[in-house]
Design a binder for this molecule. Structure first.
Ligand SMILES: *Cc1c(COP(=O)(O)O)cnc(C)c1O
Length: 223
């Protein structure tokens, strides 16, 4: 149950993050703040819903499917973003559940999404995830393949690609990654950039992020 006595007082961490987002975007449009609620229970999420937060991010289809249908029944105007890797055998469930996918990272997934959109008569805005650090263990399209992959997704598969997403290497300055991603989005004529997490969202906003994905700064450290 939500704590009704606290209904008009947003949690302190939420207010602090929103103030930092507003300050960082002083010169431009405010980005969409995606509250990354992975690993956190509905009980932890409800105070943010009560505070007015409507965009949430999850990285696993199964976890989201267990948590969100119940919350969506109470708060029908939420938007759910898939920010983690998507296996092709979970595409059907993901298209049913999510409102936006930030992790279009390979041709087989592009094909599976195109086919599922056709079957369900529903299509979701997509971000192409780019492996800007060219890390072996990380998902994403290689920088040199981005333009070709984008053209194939939009021209051959007619996918509604809306922007680019990246997760810079943990041990590097994220700034060159944000700068590069913004340049590519501009070259391709894409309006949206999903970049910036708890540790670097202000810098991402200064480089044009339209969607920031914030977890631990809102919910505390994950177990
Ligand atoms: C977990 C996660 C985040 C949020 O990370 P924090 O550092 O907790 O803000 C953002 N993006 C992706 C893709 C994630 O998996």
């Amino acid at each position: 149950m939500p704590d009704m006595t606290n209904q008009t007082t947003p949690p302190q961490a939420y207010r602090a993050v929103m103030a930092r987002v507003a300050a960082a975007s002083a010169a431009g449009a405010q980005p969409t703040v995606i509250a990354v609620s992975k690993t956190h229970s509905a009980e932890r999420i409800i105070p943010l819903l009560e505070a007015g937060q409507r965009h949430f991010g999850e990285n696993r289809v199964q976890e989201a499917a267990a948590k969100w249908p119940g919350l969506r029944a109470l708060y029908p105007d939420i938007a759910l973003h898939l920010i983690g890797p998507l296996q092709t055998n979970k595409v059907k469930a993901a298209v049913e559940l999510f409102d936006c996918i930030h992790s279009l990272d390979r041709p087989s997934l592009a094909k599976a999404l195109a086919s599922e959109f056709g079957k369900q008569g529903r299509s979701l805005p997509l971000f192409i995830q780019v492996n800007t650090g060219e890390e072996e263990q990380k998902a994403g399209i290689a920088p040199l393949e981005l333009a070709g992959f984008y053209r194939w997704c939009t021209e051959a598969l007619h996918l509604p690609v809306t922007g680019l997403m990246c997760i810079p290497p943990v041990d590097e300055d994220p700034e060159p990654h944000f700068t590069w991603l913004a340049e590519q989005a501009s070259k391709l004529g894409l309006p949206h950039l999903s970049m910036g997490m708890s540790g670097d969202f202000e810098m991402a906003i200064r480089h044009g992020a339209t969607h920031v994905r914030i977890g631990s700064a809102l919910f505390g450290e994950r177990a």
